[in-house]
Design a protein around this ligand. Structure first.
Ligand SMILES: Cc1cc2nc3c(=O)[nH]c(=O)nc-3n(C[C@H](O)[C@H](O)[C@H](O)COP(=O)(O)O)c2cc1C
Ligand code: SF4
Length: 396
């Protein structure tokens, strides 16, 4: 059994409530400006600039606004949010409170993945301690009229509920299915009110940015992808675990740290990410090169890439909400094709049709699930074609 590593995280070194105190002494505009200046982008996969989302939400006039923590962490191979929640939940709640001050929200909700239900009692105790210290509830830190509180709502195991509009549908008590966008949740989200949804890790970085300043964060990482990021590293390496790196590091650098130098490929971004072959290990994990969900899966020399593609597709066929045909039917058809390939029953022409089907699913699906489900398959076909062609039927 391999041991699991949690590298030394910045979250351990940030003094509690410094960020919130600095925010409460500031104005909403200045808080948003600090977040904008830091260049912080969402850490849940989409990488949307956080300050821009808050600006939109602030600009909408509404009697009620919400901030939501997306703790769905459904991406296969991702466990960094779990590490944050179990060790640094106070930073997450502090970040949500800072956003509430900035956009003018009075209510917060944490959507906690059902499988993390065992952490709910711990989350509640952190919330209770914050209420007791005047960091949540009425007149936060003694400031008259500043009210904000957070409740926790448990999910029920659907991957698609991590998608922000499906998550909101679920929170409202409906079936968790993605909505059409626009309107985006920052304008019209939970119960039709402006709602800022951010990933667990994003909330924790918000707190660090407010405590340490925008330029501290901006000076780390790359120009387009500033700052630090947590990665869940698993698969064929000597030291799997949760790591903190500056964005912009290359795959080769990451493999060196985690002991995965002999990898045949690395799946960056979880099941919905891309398979990167050895020849591209110099590529950088950053918004401008390889988008970064946070799950890094390392594949050793012995791995059968078709089995990997099949596993991911099987996951997506089970998790598709079924609303749109390309995703519901197309992903199943792709999985059939991969199984035919594995059994040596797939003809070369059919492989080309599968590639075309994958691209169509990406284009025609309504939400990010269908838009990304063929990605691993397509990148495996592109980079491991020789390995695959050995299994294609050529009797025509
Ligand atoms: C199918 C699907 C699943 C998702 N799952 C998650 C998830 O588990 N956690 C998360 O933070 N974002 C997830 N997202 C992204 C969210 O829709 C949204 O972009 C994110 O919560 C915004 O927060 P951020 O900007 O801080 O990353 C998912 C998106 C899709 C399409
Ligand atoms: S792409 Fe898939 S998961 Fe997304 S709405 Fe369509 S059927 Fe549902």
């Amino acid at each position: 059994m391999k041991s699991s590593v949690v590298s030394k995280l910045t979250f351990e070194q940030v003094d509690p409530d410094v960020g919130l105190r600095s925010a409460i002494d500031s104005s909403p505009e200045k808080i948003i400006q600090t977040v904008l200046d830091s260049g912080l982008r969402g850490r849940g996969g989409g990488a949307f600039p956080v300050g821009r989302k808050w600006q939109v939400s602030r600009s909408v006039q509404a009697p009620q606004k919400y901030v939501v923590c997306n703790a769905a962490e459904g991406e296969p191979g991702s466990f960094k949010d779990r590490a944050i929640l179990s060790g640094y939940a106070q930073l997450v709640f502090e970040g949500m409170t800072i956003a509430a001050l900035a956009v003018g929200a009075q209510r917060g909700i944490m959507y906690l993945r059902g499988e993390y239900g065992y952490m709910a009692a711990h989350m509640e105790s952190v919330l209770a301690a914050r209420r007791k210290s005047g960091l949540l509830g009425k007149n936060i830190l003694g400031k008259k009229g500043v009210h904000f509180d957070i409740k926790i709502q448990l999910g029920e195991g659907a991957y698609v509920c991590g998608q922000e509009t499906a998550l909101i549908e679920f929170l409202e008590g409906h079936r968790g299915e993605p909505r059409n966008r626009p309107p985006y949740p920052a304008v019209s989200g939970y119960r039709g009110c402006p709602t800022v949804v951010q990933n667990v890790e994003t909330w924790a970085w918000v707190t660090c940015v407010m405590a340490r300043g925008a330029s501290w964060f901006k000076n780390l990482g790359t120009d387009e992808s500033p700052g630090l990021k947590l990665f869940s590293v698993s698969g064929d390496c000597k030291r799997p675990g949760v790591y903190e790196f500056q964005l912009g590091l290359s795959i080769a650098e990451l493999l060196d740290v985690v002991g995965g130098e002999d990898a045949k490929g690395v799946q960056v971004g979880g099941a919905s990410g891309t398979m990167i072959p050895q020849s591209q290990f110099r590529r950088k994990i950053a918004f401008e090169d390889l988008p970064y969900g946070g799950a890094v899966f390392i594949l050793g020399e012995h791995r059968d890439m078709l089995e990997v593609a099949g596993n991911y597709l099987e996951f997506f066929t089970k998790e598709s909400c079924g609303q749109c045909t390309p995703c519901r039917e197309g992903t199943r058809k792709l999985l059939d094709g991969v199984n035919q390939l594995r059994e040596g029953r797939c003809r070369a022409l059919y492989l080309e049709q599968l590639i075309s089907l994958g691209k169509t699913i990406q284009m025609a699906s309504k939400c990010g699930l269908g838009q990304s489900s063929p990605q691993a398959f397509l990148s495996i076909v592109e980079h491991y074609r020789e390995e695959l062609m050995g299994r294609v039927r050529i009797d025509e």
